[in-house]
Design a protein. Sequence first.
Length: 334
Amino acid sequence: MSRDVLTPGRALAAVGIALCAALFFTFTYVLNRVAADQATHWAWIASLRYLFTLPLMLVLMPFQGGMKPVLRAIAAHPWPWLRSSLIGFGLFYCMLSFAAASGPSWLVAGTFQFTVIAGILCAPFLYSDARRRIPRAGLAVAALIFAGVLLMQFGHASGALDAAGWIALVCLLVAAFAFPLGNRMLLLHLEGTGEALNATQRVFGMTLASQPLWILLAVYAGAMHGLPTASQLLLGAAVALFAGVIAMVLFFQATGMVRNHPLALGAAEAMQGSEVVFAMLLGVLLLGEDWPRGMALGGAALVVLGIVAFAWVVARPAAGSERATRVLRTDKGA
């Protein structure tokens, strides 16, 4: 644990920056919904984000540790990078893009928030040491968030999901697990090789390693559904900039400011729950979506409550060693 003294001002600043990061992450759901409303095929929605993210990150990398360490790491062990990227970025974003047209922004955002707890549920399949144990508190929070997700989905569907609704729900849950699974697979690989890469370098490496998938997907989308319009290209670029670059930098900045102070770190990470609220506000104000009501609103509240409870679990001094705390943390700041 670092001996640096955390001032109230720095803690408040970290929370504020994390809140801004959540706002920019929320543009993923809102802009993807706009693209779906423009009849953009899900393959274009998925591929355009990461095709635009790569050149944006090329500009960013000189200020974030550089590209050379990442390129050396990928060249030395291409398969672990490819495997992790195809799951953590490829499967994750294909499923999220496919579900973009399934409902309002807040429904997609709220359902995907299960990813906050999905990482620790993957632990028994990834680790062979003490990290494979799932804390009881983690299971309780997972049940709370999942109950909220179901309430949102059934509330929006007036109590009965049709086939399309079930497919969208499964796609979002697959996305929620794929994102932390791919990230943690890469972290385990780097742990084994001893290669030290910061969070931005890992995101850049996974973006680069996943490019063959996005190129193939773009070729498929172009051949089957034609080229995207200028508006659809702009939406893809906006998602890449807002969620893929700005939100990422802000979130890493916020968690980095308080990484040695579990309570403040938990508070910063709890700001992810505001993505549901932001999605409601932006969806209503920009897209004319209806507010969630009744069961759906209660489910959204449960999801936010679950994320706050999970942040508290991580923040407890009883969480254990720094290594154990990292296993519990959200994968956005891994």
